[in-house]
Design a protein around this ligand. Sequence first.
Ligand code: AMP
Length: 374
Amino acid sequence: MTKMIYPGQTIGIIGGGQLGRMMAVAAKEAGYKIAVLEPTMDSPCGQVADIRIVAAYDDEAALEELAEVSDVITYEFENIDYDGLKRLTQMAYVPQGAELVRITQNRVTEKQMIVEAGCPVAPYIVTSTYEELLEKIGEIGFPCIVKTARGGYDGKGQQLLKSAEDLQLAKDLFTHSQCIAEGFVPFTKEISVIVQRNGDGETYCLPVGENIHINHILHETIVPARIELSTAQLAEEAALKIADSLKLIGTLAVEMFVLEDGSIVINECAPRPHNSGHYSIEACNISQFTQHIRAVCGWPLRKPKLWAPSIMVNVLGQHVVPLTNSISKFPDWSVHLYGKSEAKVNRKMGHVTIMTDDINTALQQITDSGIWPE
Ligand code: AMP
């Protein structure tokens, strides 16, 4: 039997960003208390938490304090210190364990895991040095993308190589970590599936989202994704296979490419609620955050149902002022801002969700609003 954590008890969250904040808000709805470990003072999650521990993620005393005040511990991002998390599993109840983080924070172990689960990935090679890249590049050819094994996000830590002449552009990446180089996938769409599982093995996927990136940062998620039903089924089956083989507890976001023939290739996974699942707060009978809290607290999961087609649009630093000036024009938009004080360019500050009967009209409304100039 899975351990049950009851309302009134305390959920500890490692990481104080917007994902932690939305987890905390979902948990508070059911009456949980929240403790957050985060290095900055006024974090999005810290603003809504009951207990704030302001320290580095690998600070031993801080982790001990978090363990002491929390009845269960979860995390909102994957680049936390694996050894610290592992120690925490010995001092506190961490139902997600530490292995999921170890595997997904390194592209090499992540790809191996996806392949072992029986899912397709782009052809790739692992290279520890630039010289090794030069030796092995013939195995995948051009165009290809070199990515640091660790620490990349929103397109950082990667380099597209169109031909052999571009090879030196990848040199700097090796100062950061080992790299992988993978064949360029000529995708027609990018999609994601958020799969969630509790300790009793109950597993559900949220409807497949279609993701549109601008400058490598997620701009919009359209749900349901505008893909064939058979592709959506392939996507869901792949996410379920990966969740099963990991014996997932909590949330895994699986990002995928759709090819011309409707087949899919898995890009990467994140072991936490995901930007492309924010639409579920309004548009589903269960949000990714509530389901995550249910999973880590040992509750039964709810089968997700989409109330209406929806679009989620990210609000970056440069969009905050135009959005706030336009709030009165769009009564049907659900506006979320994360409480970050500095609206830096390209920093994720919030998002808007629009539920609609007609995706094309809503897309046009987003364009016409002028808030998101291309
Ligand atoms: P990632 O950090 O791996 O999610 O990559 C960021 C973005 O780069 C993806 O969302 C794609 O748009 C693009 N990308 C990454 N890998 C590939 C690939 N193998 N082929 C084509 N595009 C890619």
